[in-house]
Design a protein around this ligand. Structure first.
Ligand code: SUG
Length: 416
């Protein structure tokens, strides 16, 4: 069986909008009230997937969850006096950021030799707290093969869990046993700490991870206060490489030492604050990159265009490439519609190390299927959404119709 890394991107949903719902996510707050472009957003995401496939990487996807979520809006008794922000919580396309869909422990890391996935409860933000039942349905379909996968429900909601965005894996190769690093935040700062330490510990136990190959590291409170609402805004790992900002962790020296002790091969590529400030790292989303291993074995960094255009970031990247470091290629991509809500290239994908032959093919992408997706999006996704339109019946009808057309085309009627 050949284990490879497959990135499952979330297709940007037809209700993609800027409602400013995520306190502590500076991009989302800054764009609150702007008009969004769901069709362009979904096509940008699809183009990123196509670009990664052209690099020779395996690609999967998840479909948007049903919106507006009538059960949720009824549960919170939204009416004319409830307010626009509460209404918007039922319309969010936030399931597109599949780095928050689940935490994944590949088969080589687990006691029973299966790949374990725990759907994230996302309890901290009301608009994301009701994603998980529909996400779980997709995980149960895509990874239904119980010989190879174990799909878990959410951690109890008293412990906030935001999934893979706060989880990194270091290994000599994707298919080898790895060190799983969970990063949690501590409450008390100006913004919510969305990943609780206990949630991460629950996941490590239920996935059957070897305690010798697990670490729990505290995220730096300054990073959260600067807008790094998930660890993947300031750090990303791939195989032997940990790429992070100097201020990503509360105690960086101890964090690196603990990682080195358990995984001596690690290569830490740290960007100093003197080269790229925390504020610029968060603004440019340099670290919200896909650090990938290309088929020839070299590592490439798929970064948002915003990072490529930042003079400080560009200067650091140029010097890094010239120095012959472990990251050999930089690939900028345009995901501006998602970025305006605080979701870069890395937020848009969930990494699963598995044998593609064990996965429901309906969730795997190839060239012809990408063509079909593009046609559906071009035909059915609204061109633009003004937040003032949320709640309108004609928008609800077109959003539901768009998702229905997608499910029909993919043979996924059971998700309707
Ligand atoms: O949860 N934005 C998302 C962005 C998630 C990014 N994911 C990772 N870092 N992995 C969030 O904050 C904004 C929605 C709005 O305001 O309308 C939002 O939910």
């Amino acid at each position: 069986m050949s284990l490879v890394e497959i990135n499952f991107d979330g297709i940007v949903g037809p209700s993609h909008n800027y409602a400013g719902l995520s306190l502590g996510n500076l991009a989302a707050t800054a764009h609150a009230g702007d008009v969004s472009y769901p069709r362009a957003a979904a096509l940008q995401g699809l183009e990123k997937m196509r670009g990664n496939m052209a690099l020779g990487l395996a690609q999967g996807f998840f479909v948007p969850v049903p919106r507006p979520n009538a059960d949720w809006l009824e549960a919170i008794a939204v009416d004319a006096v409830a307010g626009r922000a509460l209404l918007a919580t039922g319309w969010s396309a936030s399931s597109m950021w599949t780095a928050n869909a689940a935490t994944v422990s590949p088969a080589p890391d687990t006691a029973d030799g299966r790949c374990h996935l725990s759907v994230a409860n996302l309890v901290t933000m009301p608009h994301r707290s009701h994603e998980w039942p529909d996400t779980l349905r997709q995980l149960q379909l895509a990874f239904a093969n119980e010989r190879h996968f174990a799909v878990h429900g959410p951690v109890p909601p008293c412990f906030g869990d935001e999934g893979a965005a706060n989880h990194m894996r270091l290994s000599s190769a994707h298919g080898a046993a790895g060190l799983e690093v969970f990063v949690y935040g501590r409450a008390g700062g100006p913004f919510p700490a969305r990943q609780h330490e206990q949630a991460s510990r629950v996941i490590a136990r239920r996935h059957g991870l070897d305690p010798e190959r697990v670490l729990f590291i505290e995220q730096s409170p300054e990073a959260i206060a600067a807008g790094a609402f998930h660890n993947d805004v300031v750090a990303v790992a791939n195989e032997r490489v940990l790429f992070c900002h100097e201020q990503a962790f509360a105690d960086p020296a101890s964090a690196y030492a603990a990682i080195r002790q358990r995984f001596p091969e690690v290569e830490v590529v740290e960007v100093p604050t003197s080269a790229v400030s925390l504020a610029e790292a968060v603004r440019s989303y340099l670290f919200n990159a896909q650090l990938v291993t290309l088929p020839a074995g070299e590592q490439a960094l798929v970064i948002p265009g915003e990072a490529w255009e930042s003079p400080e970031v560009r200067a650091w990247l140029d010097a890094m490439i010239a120095s012959n470091g472990p990251i050999r290629r930089i690939i900028p991509v345009d995901v501006r519609q998602s970025m305006a809500n605080g979701g870069g290239p890395a937020c848009l994908r969930l990494r699963v190390v598995a044998d593609p032959a064990t996965i429901d093919t309906r969730f795997l992408l190839d060239g012809p299927k990408a063509e079909i997706l593009a046609k559906i999006i071009e035909t059915h996704w609204p061109e633009q959404v003004d937040p003032a339109d949320l709640g309108r019946e004609n928008l609800a009808i077109s959003v539901r119709k768009a998702r229905g057309a997608l499910l029909d085309a993919l043979g996924l009627a059971e998700l309707a």
